[in-house]
Design a protein around this ligand. Structure first.
Ligand code: PEP
Length: 240
């Protein structure tokens, strides 16, 4: 279960949220929070010794160099990050990230023992045009081709863009149908496909979490808005 704080928080709020989360756990599910870059050292201190891991919301595809404003995977590793989200639809849409750039970021993350959470998902226009399968297949293909057998080390998050932050969730059946396709694509690439965690993301809340996580190919969730409220995130973690 991954909480994506996006561009939210401040030091006081973060400390309160993390204290409440630690108090509410532990859960059977593996839990992590992906936080804005400047807060990583403080979050690391707060979560050290707990069963909640931490990570970032993006990393550079480059190791180092003249890339103003970027943050490198080895820097995240220095601060104990276990995960990094790559290819979130907000970055694809607002920062023009391509499938290949996302794949290169995933590769760079793995080189530094970070688990990339690779996001894929279609827009509403693509769904309405019947292109969902084609879009997620293309997005995942780039990562499979770039990582080769290391694809077994990633986490994949299916996030239909029309369900992110909109309050409109994919039905468990809609999500399961796409997850099953992603699983088949992974099975064609690696014998370890069944061990890869496939997360669903898009307006997951305490009241819809259990039905989503009951689906055979939905192994967990990538949670945005609800991860900012400790009680809601804790309830979702319990549902997993
Ligand atoms: C997300 O940010 O990845 C996300 C799924 O957001 P929300 O849960 O708010 O839809």
């Amino acid at each position: 279960m991954i909480g994506n704080w996006k561009l939210h928080g401040n030091r006081v709020e973060n400390a309160e949220r993390l204290a409440a989360l630690k108090e509410a756990g532990p859960w059977q599910a593996e839990v992590a929070v992906c936080v804005p870059f400047p807060y990583i050292p403080e979050v690391a201190l707060a979560l050290q010794g707990s069963r909640i891991a931490w990570g970032a919301q993006d990393c550079s595809a480059h190791e180092s160099g003249a890339y103003t404003g970027e943050v490198a995977a080895p820097m995240l590793a220095e601060f104990g990050c276990r995960y990094v989200i790559v290819g979130h639809s907000e970055r694809r849409a607002l920062h023009g990230e391509t499938d290949q750039q996302v794949a290169d970021k995933a590769k760079r993350a793995l080189a530094h023992h970070l688990t990339p959470i690779v996001c894929v998902g279609e827009t509403l226009a693509e769904r309405d045009a019947g292109q969902t399968d084609e879009v997620v297949k293309r997005q995942l293909s780039a990562v499979i081709h770039t990582l080769g057998h290391c694809i077994s080390q990633v986490v994949v998050a299916y996030e239909p863009v029309w369900a992110i932050g909109t309050g409109r969730t994919a039905t468990p059946e809609q999500a399961q149908a796409v997850h099953a396709r992603l699983r088949r694509q992974l099975q064609a690439a690696t014998e370890k496909a069944d061990l890869i965690s496939l997360l669903y993301g898009g307006s997951v809340k305490p009241d819809n979490a259990a039905a989503l996580f009951a689906q055979p190919d939905i192994d967990g969730g990538l949670i945005g808005g609800a991860s900012l409220k400790a009680a809601e995130f804790a309830a979702i973690c319990r549902a997993a």
